[in-house]
Write a protein of this length. Structure first.
Length: 247
């Protein structure tokens, strides 16, 4: 069985890494190229880059910036935000991404997931789900959809998604722990890997979520001190979590 993954996340707006609480009050926390390089060097298993304003601003992702980040990485790289077509996804892969993440566009046109899987392979297609109270929200958490997260995850898998990136809006940025009931419900609904996002504050939080998910997304806990990734990995190993030894 694959080892659990620790995946730093770069939420990007206006070319800078930002972080807020429950998707609000975004504040600048650094340069994406510098942070991406630091996490790669620190032994992250993968990196996620989410252009959090692309859909709200009705534009495509920042391909040039993605290319600059990719040039600093020696780890798998997932990019999302503004992906509406196969051409959008292909441009990101050409820029250096290994996987693309789709969210709002897939909710509007679920067939997009299948198109991407057919052209790029399921291993390159991540369906991102932002949820609060179990309900899926689109457009950076601003629009309720009436869909339940577990049901949408199951449908996304059936359409060809290779992974689910699940963010709890309720827990996002709080550092009070992941939304375990939400994560468990989604994990039970699918057989593909689930990346849990939102709420990491310490090693115990990460250990808890890795009992139900295959990967933990990390943001607030790391951005102010990227070297924390190395000590976090050691703490998890002490707690009995079989994470990879950093190179």
């Amino acid at each position: 069985m694959p080892l659990p993954r620790l995946i730093p996340c770069l939420d990007v707006a206006a070319g800078r890494v930002v972080k807020g609480v429950r998707f609000e009050g975004l504040r600048d926390v650094g340069d994406p190229v510098e942070l991406g390089a630091a996490y790669s060097d620190a032994g992250a298993d993968e990196l996620v880059f989410l252009d959090v304003k692309a859909t709200l601003e009705d534009r495509r992702s920042l391909v040039e910036l993605v290319g600059r980040v990719a040039g600093e990485l020696a780890i798998p790289f997932t990019v999302g935000g503004g992906v509406r077509t196969v051409a959008d996804a292909a441009a990101l892969l050409d820029a250096g991404a290994d996987k693309v993440s789709v969210n709002s566009a897939a909710l509007s046109e679920p067939g997009l997931i299948g198109e991407l899987a057919e052209r790029l392979g399921s291993q390159a297609v991540v369906t991102a789900i932002d949820a609060a109270g179990g309900e899926v929200y689109s457009h950076a958490g601003t629009r309720p959809t009436g869909r339940q997260a577990a049901d949408w995850a199951h449908e996304a898998q059936g359409r060809g998604a290779g992974e689910i990136l699940l963010t709890s809006i309720d827990a996002d940025g709080t550092r009070e722990g992941y939304d375990l009931p939400l994560t468990g419900a989604v994990a039970d609904a699918v057989s593909i890997p689930v990346i849990a996002s939102g709420g990491a504050g310490n090693a115990h939080h990460v250990a808890e979520v890795l009992e139900v998910a295959q990967a933990a997304l990390l943001a607030s806990i790391l951005h102010e001190n990227p070297d924390r990734l190395s000590s976090l990995r050691a703490e998890l190993q002490e707690l009995g979590v079989p994470v990879r030894d950093a190179a």
